[in-house]
Design a protein around this ligand. Structure first.
Ligand code: ADP
Length: 423
């Protein structure tokens, strides 16, 4: 439409005088422009020609397009109204670079209007359908989400009431399934630790019951029987021994709990050799009493990162066992070696040995191969369990090889901790 305006403006600009007659002539010459309204104004915006309303001629035409075009611009605008598209264009009429007026055209297009109307309707229906679909999906998903979340909450309640065997079955393959699996893992761990706790309590009470029962029996015997002072002394001595055993057992239980709760973990770089020497010096007396000879073969430079008290306790327990479960005239050898990047400590005895079916159990709490022998030598079945816990918390490992009647070898391995300057 702007081209039509430009065409009219160029035709009119060739006129020397711009008045109603000259303009009408030019319009006649141009012929049909096929617009609904054609207005021509002078430079001040006064209408000289109006194809739609002759009564407006001679009046100011304050239409926005005309005002803009009198500023020297070509203007085009359109809007959709009442089922029709209305387009408007205006362009200045220039004569020798002087603005002498403007051409304004307006056109209704009902065909395009109908097209826009149908587009509008289609857009409306499509967005309505989309909104309905989104709402249906949202309701569906939120229902399924809530249902699955409720499943987890119900499972939590069941587990809180103590049924650790319960598992939540989520199905699907989304975050809630992952949450469900994590939840099941957690419950499994909880179940294991609860089982361990129960076993521990029942084992501990069983073990504590025996010395307590002996104490009760001995004290009842003293009270009920008329005994000579020698026998009373002997019985009281036995009561003292049982009390000592109880004491040792509770000490060990406390130390086990301390290790498991990971307290006191001040690791330092410790050379193994001096600690082994200290243990051997400490136990040489008892070994001598039991006619056991202790030998050592120690590589001096074997620093490891460990809690020093733990290292002492580990070696002490192993050497003590090597003496306890040995035979008169037997021997015990402690070796410290460095193989690749590992420090290897082995405690080898020529004692009674451990039967093959017991070897895997000796590190369990309260496990004793020969209860009578262990009790006689003051054992509680806790020593090796303490040893293994201490080794593991210090990053090491322990293995045992044993042959009944020939002896046992406990082998420990720790990563060597070398410092650059050897300090
Ligand atoms: P305890 O206090 O009974 O010695 P431990 O945990 O130290 O408990 O040992 C567990 C069991 O393993 C012992 O009761 C004993 O039967 C067996 N055992 C441990 N060390 C040796 C060894 N060097 N030779 C033979 N048997 C051993």
């Amino acid at each position: 439409m702007i081209e039509k305006c430009l065409l009219a403006a160029s035709e009119i600009s060739s006129e020397e005088v711009l008045n109603q007659t000259t303009v009408k002539n030019v319009v006649k010459q141009i012929g049909s422009l096929r617009v609904n309204r054609l207005v021509i104004t002078d430079s001040s915006g006064v209408s000289i020609y109006d194809s739609a309303d002759n009564s407006q001629v001679g009046k100011y035409m304050m239409l926005p397009e005309i005002i803009q075009s009198l500023g020297g611009y070509d203007v085009f605008s359109w809007n959709y109204h009442d089922g029709a598209m209305q387009s408007r264009a205006a362009t200045p009429i220039m004569s020798y670079d002087t603005l002498i007026g403007c051409v304004y055209m307006m056109e209704y297009d009902t065909e395009q209007g109908a097209l826009i109307k149908s587009l509008q309707n289609n857009t409306f229906y499509i967005s309505l359908i989309l909104e309905i679909l989104v709402t249906i999906f949202a309701v569906f998903f939120s229902n399924s989400f809530t249902r699955r979340l409720r499943k987890i909450m119900v499972s939590m309640r069941i587990i809180r009431e103590g049924d650790y065997s319960h598992k939540v079955k989520m199905g699907g393959n989304d975050e809630l399934t992952v949450l469900g699996n994590e939840f099941n893992d957690l419950v499994e761990r909880l179940q294991i630790s609860e089982q361990k706790r129960r076993n521990f309590v029942s084992d501990a009470s069983h073990e504590l019951k025996t010395p307590l029962a002996s104490i009760k029996l001995l004290s009842d015997s003293i009270l009920q029987n008329d005994m000579d002072s020698e026998t009373v002394k002997e019985f009281v001595g036995d009561i003292g021994n049982e009390a000592d055993r109880l004491n040792r057992m509770t000490q060990k239980l406390l130390s086990l709990t301390r290790i498991e709760s990971q307290e006191d973990s001040d690791c330092e770089i410790v050379n193994i050799a001096p600690t082994v020497d200290r243990v051997v010096r400490m136990l040489t007396g008892i070994a001598g009493e039991n006619q056991i000879s202790i030998h050592t073969n120690i590589q001096q430079d074997c620093p490891i990162l460990i809690i020093e008290d733990d290292l002492y306790q580990i070696i002490f327990n192993l050497v003590e066992n090597g003496i306890k479960y040995n035979v008169p005239g037997g021997s015990l050898t402690v070796t410290v070696d460095r193989i690749d990047e590992n420090a290897i400590v082995s405690v080898k005895d020529t004692g009674v040995g451990i039967p093959p079916d017991s070897v895997t159990h000796v590190f369990e709490r309260f496990y004793r191969v020969d209860k009578a022998r262990s009790r006689k030598s003051g054992g509680s079945g806790l020593g090796l369990s303490i040893v293994r816990n201490m080794i593991e918390r210090n990053g090491g490992s322990i293995t045992v090889e044993s042959t009944v009647g020939e002896g046992s070898t406990f082998t420990l391995s720790f990563p060597v901790f070398d410092t650059e300057d050897g300090e």
